[in-house]
Design a protein around this ligand. Sequence first.
Ligand code: CP
Length: 326
Amino acid sequence: MQTNLRGRDFIGDLDFSKEEVETVLDVAWDLKRKRALGEPHPYLRDKTLAMLFFFTSTRTRGSFEAGMAQLGGHAAFIDSDTTQIAHGDTAKEIGEIFGRYFDGIAIRQCDWQFGNRYINEVARHSRVPVLNMQCDVYHPFQCLADLMTIMEKKGRDLRRKKVVVSWAYAASYSKPISVPQSLILQLTRFGCDVVLAHPPEFKLMPEIMDMAQENARKYHTGFEVVHDMDEAFRDADVVYPKSWGPLVTTTGKEEGKALIEKYRDWITDQRRMNLTREDSIYMHCLPADRNLEVTDEVIDGPHSVVYDEAENRLHVQKAVMALTMS
Ligand code: CP
């Protein structure tokens, strides 16, 4: 167990070592148990968290806000429509000023080639921990919840478990690439054989791919890229298919939309789930584009663990806040 997390930022998935992530998970399970038993656990009494949202959110906002209250503290919701954080206030000013008002600063800023730089700039000027609630590069709290869920369903030893992170079609818009990037970075440290599946135009960032390859080498796990969804699903223990934008290929809206439309058949349906292992699990960070990314039959069916996965956001976030902000 590593206990030196007090005062630390959590912006990228690899900011915490593997042992530190194991500590976070241990604490998350303890907090989950305490909540189930109704045991009070006010580790952050009188502490406050600023939650800056430049993008909309349901789960992230709800789970951070509920989590701070359950830890005895308070979370302030600061959105970009009703404040000046999106115009006028610089990252340095936010770090300097909110670092003096609050005991932690959590930020969602997903603008491509900006969000991660912004969060790091706030952190450089903040005297309190800065937590990444999703940027253009990483969604680290989602990925901690995903890892916790996979361990709950498949056991803590994930060696030789085939985990598929797949692109999926969605009509709505070019979604961030942060979820698949966080998944390939974190899961390659935890024993899984990770298969990344996407159409050729939906590549992830080369530097993230390099880090995932390096993890696979260091931790003796598998990391493979395929461009065929059926091939990826075959004998999978875990499938995590979701949409993301072709941002590494193009940032043009029309060009991006045309690329997405080429791959309407990248949907998770029962035929595809039948290719996976009998006891496989279906995961999605939500919100999902129902009947485009995934059929109702699958997301509401026996393989789906999406509600347990969403619940675990609460427990991992409370663990990180308690460890970094106390
Ligand atoms: N999974 C997730 O981050 O959900 P929200 O966008 O609703 O916060």
